[in-house]
Write a protein that binds this ligand. Structure first.
Ligand code: NAP
Length: 398
């Protein structure tokens, strides 16, 4: 068995920490060669002390100076780099064969694309990369010749339920009719609509089933996360948008399903624990112990499924609208959402203003063909600026 050499983009986040947890249990299979973070320098220093990567990356020079000192004090021989270009170096210069792409948001796009172009096995948690640049990203994977394994639990479930030789071109003979993405419905699935106006960041981040980073927790509450996942599924699996459905499933045990022409529906079940899809991606096509408790079907009270209420979750409708518009519309959607969610978390933007900001920005920036990274980054920057202005107006009125 050859040892996989792993670079983790976003090692201090929720996915990054879970990835290290799986790796820790399998030192014979995995060697960590690069770790990256933005601000959590102390956490990164501890990770370097335990896993001894060749390269560690932080956001800026001050963070790099601090990390260098922490590592020197502990006699850890890791090269410290900083800034966005260093994230690319972590992938291209670290001698890795596997990249966990787990930076949150648009910041993860460029290093994930670099991993795709370099022919690495890409474990994709950073859904925003596919939302912003699905076509470019899938082309980069093809040209690079590496393997793309989805880590988002829903896409990982679908990947497990598809035939191993599945591809868009083969689909007619393989008979895939629909993909059903499940969604818990988040913490406000049953909250009276009139109470949504006063939702706080703490309430929005308290997901009933999953422990995740703050941004994705808010996205789960608004169901923007599911909208981003619909776009992600469209690019990953190549089915038309009409064939990608969303189902509310509050127990979060069926992680997604594939419906076939002959009447079969295949589902993947498991505990809501990201270490399962992470372990699956790391060891694919083998399966390894993920440290996850077994699922006891006899102890389940029930499994229930329902259509999402669009009045409660306007972000889901906005994401479908952007997906159908295509081009750079999903980039605008993603950028406006990132700004609105950050303003909700940090500046007091009311919860119900998140979809309002996203819709205003979507309506103000025309979609163009997303044919190059330059175009995508330009649209992303314009959408962010526009969203900041809309947020400022909303905060003044509030
Ligand atoms: N958490 C889940 O269960 C889950 C499930 C499915 C998919 N995902 C996806 O996985 C990705 C990561 O989610 P998460 O929940 O792990 O997020 P998170 O806990 O917020 O962690 C984000 C990671 O990215 C780093 N980071 C943030 N901004 C950065 C920047 N500008 N440049 C470089 N690094 C930056 C953070 O560094 P610092 O910690 O140093 O700030 C941290 O290591 C997201 O795209 C999310 O949608 C997550």
């Amino acid at each position: 068995m050859s040892v996989r050499r792993v670079a983790i983009l976003g090692s201090t986040g929720s996915i990054g920490v879970n990835t290290l947890d799986v790796i820790r249990a399998h030192p014979d299979r995995f060697k960590v060669v690069a770790l990256t973070a933005a601000k959590q320098v102390d956490v990164l220093a501890d990770q370097c002390a335990e896993f001894h990567p060749a390269i560690a990356v932080v956001a800026d020079a001050a963070g790099a100076a601090r990390l260098t000192k922490l590592l020197l004090d502990r006699k850890i021989n890791t090269e410290v780099l900083y800034g966005p270009q260093a994230l690319v170096s972590a992938v291209t210069q670290s001698d890795c064969d596997t990249v966990m792409a787990a930076i949150v948001g648009a910041a993860g796009l460029v290093p994930a694309l670099a991993a795709a172009k370099a022919g690495k096995r890409v474990l994709l948690a950073n859904k925003e990369a596919l939302v912003m640049s699905g076509d470019l990203f899938m082309q980069a994977m093809k040209v690079g010749g590496g393997e793309l394994l989805p880590i988002d639990s829903e896409h990982n479930a679908i990947f497990q339920c598809l035939p191993s030789r599945f591809s868009k071109d083969l689909n007619p003979s393989l008979g895939v009719e629909e993909l059903w993405l499940t969604a818990s419905g988040g913490p406000f699935r049953n909250t009276p609509l009139e109470q949504l106006a006063s939702i706080t960041p703490e309430q929005a981040c308290a997901h009933p089933n999953w422990v995740m980073g703050r941004k994705i927790s808010v996205d789960s509450a608004t169901m923007m996360n599911k909208g981003l996942e619909v776009i992600e599924a469209f690019w990953l699996f190549g089915l038309p948008l009409e064939k990608i459905k969303v189902l509310i499933h509050p127990q979060s045990l069926v992680h997604s399903m594939v419906r076939y022409r002959d009447g079969s529906v295949l589902a993947q079940l498991g505990q809501p624990d990201m270490r399962t899809p992470i372990a699956y991606g790391l060891a694919w096509p083998e399966r390894i112990d993920a440290g996850v408790a077994p699922l006891s079907l006899t102890q389940l009270a029930s499994l229930s499924f329902a259509e999402p209420e669009l009045e409660r979750f306007p972000c889901l409708s906005l994401a479908f609208a952007a997906a159908y518009a295509g081009g750079t519309a999903p980039t605008v959607l993603n950028a406006a959402n990132e700004i609105a969610v950050a303003a909700f978390l940090e500046e007091g933007l009311p919860y119900l203003q998140i979809p309002v900001v996203v819709e205003k920005v979507l309506n103000s920036i025309a979609s163009v063909n997303a044919k190059s990274l330059e175009i995508i980054l330009d649209v992303d920057a314009r959408a962010r600026q526009s969203a900041q202005e809309v947020v400022r107006d909303a905060l003044c009125k509030h």
